[in-house]
Design a binder for this molecule. Structure first.
Ligand code: NAG
Length: 994
């Protein structure tokens, strides 16, 4: 939900009654683009782009950063030195300490700061409460591991101009550090992958004193303008003032900067950090979500089909965002992965301030000595942040999964969600009363539509006071919660970070008296406008504020909530309706004396995290995994919940855009993501709604949502055939929940994306590297390409390999050719979904009302015979779906293998655990009754037709199960169905083929 946009949305509908005006007011180019800065409206971005242009244009450009040779030292995997930055023609320098850390994980980290001594000389503007240091705490919020130094890293070469350090788990990585100018080349197996400052765009705007320009001479009526002498004097002073700076720098936004009606004061003056990072020989780069554009990032410096603006990361409440744009959205992850046929590498730019990234691609490499890459395209990137340290992690791969795993080790893996969170979420702004909620709940049952969670937007509160209920519309929230609980369902209520600024509201009085709110530049509590009108914002950077926040969620404090109530954090960019770019003034002050400018992109995560910990501790011993959805996010947010892509529109283009956006989240380590199904603004036509549910069934986070002005659109209202089509999509999601849950487990353990683009699954297929409209689900081999266009009855799916592919629904063998597209019929009722041969995945086929009700259902295994005609493999992870007992080994993780040669399908513990080592708790014990009921073997060889029975061996017993074989016919593969297998899901078993 968004901002003043909501207001203008309403006005739009009013005007639309007068149809002539309607054309004028209908948001065709809907986002108020002019509400958000372009690079040249953001002083530091403009300066750094100008700096880049100057450097690139001049053949004699020398980057003014040189390592002081005698300053360098190398010890225990860490190289330390001082970089001297030459700041003027007089040769004056500032000192920038640099640390290059080589980590056991194989990552390298480069950190550049500014010397403390220097900072002390700088007087901050006397009235500022801001801290006098470059922001250096991003690490504290973001990094959770992987920092152990690689003591085995060693200097292998050193002379006056460079140092070479060999590092990495197999010592095949190298960093060649050039001293003058400072730059680094990162190599793997002797080949250059990444270069820092190769184009000389490194720029750390050093701190400097503010020298006031000479006062305008007072003019008096009738007096001559200015005497010659006075003029000369003024000019001389101006010259002196400028002598300390490189020529031609635009100083106009050094000390303050206006945008719209807001002026940002900058007590520390200019302090941006920027660096060019080149990916040598790489044509595709991915990541840096969230942007509504293609997965493979576009060039940003103009030209046909390219962007003219850099990708921007400055979390913002972007009302009705535009598509195919590098403009910022609600959350940011400054992590980029570059990939080519034989290599994946990456960088993580740890900086929480406003950040811009320019991307250009060039044929060949600037340096012909970079062996083996000169003929290929190189992607040049230019990273620009407003403040803070320069702090970059370098990943040398070589495979995509190495990058995602290492990134996860550093910033944390996806928290294992409760199983219900993977079910369907029914939301709208707003369900207007507890009766309304109960009615929707009953109707979903009546129409046999499965769902797990119903959501309440802001209107449930008493006048937007969070932690309260509107007592007229929601007189009995507990009664409502109990009705939902009867079918294992949940309620999510929204809680935002803005606290209504009124007197008779305890939360507000406490926030103020305890000083837990963000402050303005004068050091008083910041006041701004949001949903409740005048509001204050909790400062979740403060530990005491977080503790207080947690107290608000206790059941006896947030009355009306119960064990099945969960939380939605919206507006946490933060959205401030009357603030610059709809957010907080950058000169606001947070806990610790840091300016908002320094921590802006972290803000949403600290709040989301505070809420996560708050609901986790609602009641001692409750022991449930929290569920909190967030809109704003940063690197690390994956540790505490799910995100959605914000306020999209009920248009085909938004459905289409959602797929690369969700894929991009997975590449950047935050895979628990989805887009509002149906589109938030507007009214989807029925066909769009149906297609969106079919796509949404393959978002890791699956929620239908609608704006307050949109017509009601619960699935049962769609009418036939749409309601049935939507229901079928939901049922498909529910039957595949065991496989989705398994994919989440993998993400939680090794950072694998949950839905996976082609470059990730088939990294050596060049033609697939930029494909972003189809994907695989976890390890299942399920390949889906949702229909995202109107009136489309077929789809072309690109086939990445030579495996066999079957249609999921018909078992037809698809006539595929590796590297080519195959056309698949996809009338409205059909989701284009293929099964790649060689997999075994689990389902629960009995339709139920919610995931909780499926907890003890038996499993169906689907085996898709691979190209070799005999083998397949897969796994299943299952735990109690709600508690933390899995951390103590209370889970079942099976590996299924079809071994055609041995004539058997078997199930063994996927982690090779000895079952005796795990003492079974209540859930494990109850799982004894849960079995594999059915095994469907698609592409079963003819040998399966020979017998009507198979032998099952498990736990020392042997019995038979019936098998029915259907021979191939009319394009459909042969398949066999084994019924009533009866082996325990948690036990080892073996099914011996006929
Ligand atoms: C999350 O909250 C916990 C508990 O208050 C705190 O220890 C941790 O630093 C917080 N992390 C982030 C990223 O906000």
């Amino acid at each position: 939900m968004l901002t003043p946009g909501h207001m203008s949305g309403r006005w739009t509908s009013l005007f639309c009654l007068l149809s002539v005006l309607c054309a004028l007011f209908t948001p065709a180019v809907s986002v108020k683009e002019h509400d958000f800065k372009k690079c040249d409206q953001s002083g530091f971005c403009k300066r750094n782009r100008a700096f880049a242009d100057q450097a690139v244009a001049s053949s004699s450009w020398h980057s003014p950063y040189n390592v002081l040779p005698e300053s360098k030292s190398f010890k225990d995997g860490q190289l330390q030195a001082t970089i001297l930055k030459t700041i003027n023609d007089n040769g004056d320098t500032v000192r920038l300490p640099v640390t290059i850390s080589f980590l056991q994980s194989g990552l390298a980290r480069v950190t550049v700061d500014e010397e403390k001594r220097q900072k002390k000389e700088i007087e901050l503007r006397h009235d500022s409460k801001a801290r006098k240091e470059r922001y250096n705490e991003a690490e504290q919020w973001v990094i959770v591991g992987g920092l152990a130094l690689d003591k085995g890293a060693k200097v292998t070469y050193e002379d006056k101009s460079q140092i070479t350090v060999q590092y990495g788990p197999t010592s095949n990585f190298e960093a060649v550090i050039k001293l003058a100018p400072f730059g680094i080349e990162f190599k793997r197996d002797g080949k250059t992958q990444i270069k820092f400052n190769d184009r000389g765009l490194l720029n750390m705007e050093h701190w400097r004193p503010k020298i006031e320009p000479p006062p305008e001479p007072e003019k008096k009526e009738g007096e001559a303008e200015q005497t010659e002498e006075e003029k000369k004097e003024a000019e001389k002073k101006e010259e002196e003032r400028k002598a300390n700076e490189p020529k031609g720098e635009d100083e106009s936004t050094w000390w303050d900067e206006s945008f719209g009606s807001n002026t940002d004061t900058k007590p520390r003056g200019p302090e941006s950090v920027a660096l060019d990072i080149s990916f040598v020989g790489f044509e595709n780069v991915f990541g840096i979500p969230s942007h509504a554009g293609p997965l493979s990032l576009k060039e940003t410096r103009g030209g046909e089909g390219k962007y003219t603006e850099p990708y921007r990361m400055y979390n913002a409440d972007v009302f009705e965002y535009i598509l195919d744009s590098p403009m910022t959205l609600y959350g940011s992850i400054p992590f980029m992965q570059a990939h080519r046929k034989d290599s994946s590498v990456g960088v993580f730019w740890l900086n929480a301030a406003e950040t811009w990234v320019d991307i250009t691609k060039a044929a060949g490499s600037r340096n012909p000595l970079s062996l083996g890459t000169s003929s290929k395209t190189t992607t040049h990137t230019h990273w620009i942040s407003e403040s803070g340290l320069l702090d970059v992690f370098v990943f040398l791969g070589p495979r995509p999964e190495d990058i995602t795993r290492k990134y996860g080790e550093l910033t944390g893996f996806t928290a294992m969600p409760q199983e219900f969170a993977l079910g369907y979420h029914q939301c709208r702004w707003n369900y207007v009363s507890d009766e309304d909620v109960k009615d929707v709940d009953r109707k979903m049952d009546k129409f046999k539509i499965p769902y797990d969670v119903i959501w309440l937007d802001i209107e449930y509160t008493d006048e937007k006071k969070y932690f309260t209920w509107d007592s007229h519309s929601f007189p009995d929230p507990i009664g409502m919660g109990k009705q939902l609980d009867a079918h294992g369902r949940k309620l999510v209520t929204i809680i935002d970070p803005h606290i209504k600024n009124v007197d008779n509201y305890e939360v507000n009085s406490e926030l103020k008296s305890k000083e837990f709110a963000v402050k303005n530049k004068e050091g008083n509590i910041f006041e701004g406008w949001c949903w409740p009108g005048s509001s204050h914002w909790i400062d979740a950077f403060s530990p005491a504020a977080r503790e207080w926040w947690a107290s608000l969620f206790k059941y006896d404090r947030f009355k009306g909530t119960m064990e099945n109530t969960w939380i939605w954090n919206d507006m946490n960019e933060p959205s401030v309706f009357n603030g610059p770019e709809t957010t907080m003034p950058k000169d606001n002050i947070h806990y610790g004396g840091w300016e908002h400018r320094d921590v802006h992109n972290l803000n949403g995560m600290t709040f989301h995290n505070a809420t996560h910990h708050a609901v986790e501790s609602r009641k001692p011993g409750e022991h449930q995994r929290p569920f909190v959805l967030t809109r704003a996010f940063f690197a690390g947010s994956q540790r505490v919940g799910a995100m959605w892509t914000g306020d999209n529109q009920a248009e085909w283009g938004h459905l289409q855009a959602s797929i690369p956006m969700v894929l991009s989240q997975g590449i950047a380590g935050f895979p628990f993501s989805g887009a509002d199904v149906g589109g938030f603004f507007g009214n989807p036509e029925k066909e769009l709604q149906a297609r969106w549910y079919q796509a949404g069934a393959f978002y890791p986070f699956f929620r239908g949502h609608a704006h307050i002005d949109a017509r009601r659109r619960e699935p049962y209202l769609a009418g036939e055939p749409y309601t049935s089509i939507i229901t079928a999509a939901l049922r498909l999601r529910y039957s595949l929940l065991p496989s989705w849950y398994t994919a989440f487990r993998q993400a939680a353990v090794d950072g694998s994306p949950i839905i996976r683009p082609m470059f990730y699954t088939n990294p050596t297929e060049e033609a697939g590297l930029a494909i972003d409209d189809q994907f695989f689900v976890g390890n299942t081999g399920l390949l889906v390409k949702p229909i995202t266009e109107k009136d489309k009855n077929s789809v072309d799916i690109w086939i990445p390999d030579s495996e066999v592919y079957y249609d999921y629904f018909t078992y037809n063998t698809i006539p595929t050719v590796k590297g080519h597209k195959v056309t698949l019929d996809a009338p409205l009722h059909k989701i284009p979904l293929l099964m790649q041969g060689g997999h075994i995945f689990a389902r629960r086929d009995r339709p139920r009302r919610s995931s909780a009700l499926m907890k003890w259902d038996d499993y169906t295994l689907v085996v898709t015979i691979g190209r070799d005609g005999k083998s397949a493999e897969g796994d299943l992870y299952v735990d109690d779906g709600s508690s933390f007992d899995f951390q103590a080994g209370q889970y079942i993780h099976r590996k299924f293998v079809l071994d055609g040669a041995a004539g058997a399908i078997s199930s063994v513990d996927a982690e090779g655990r000895d079952p005796k080592t795990v003492k079974e708790g209540e859930w494990m014990a109850k799982m004894h009754d849960v079995t594999v009921d059915k095994i469907i073997v698609v592409g079963a060889p003819a040998s399966w037709s020979k017998s009507k029975e198979v032998t099952v061996e498990s736990e020392g017993k042997t019995w038979t199960a019936s098998v029915s074989y259907t021979p191939a016919a009319k394009g459909r593969a042969a398949f066999a169905v084994v019924k009533k297998v009866g082996a325990r899901i948690g036990a080892d078993w073996k099914l011996v083929l006929p």
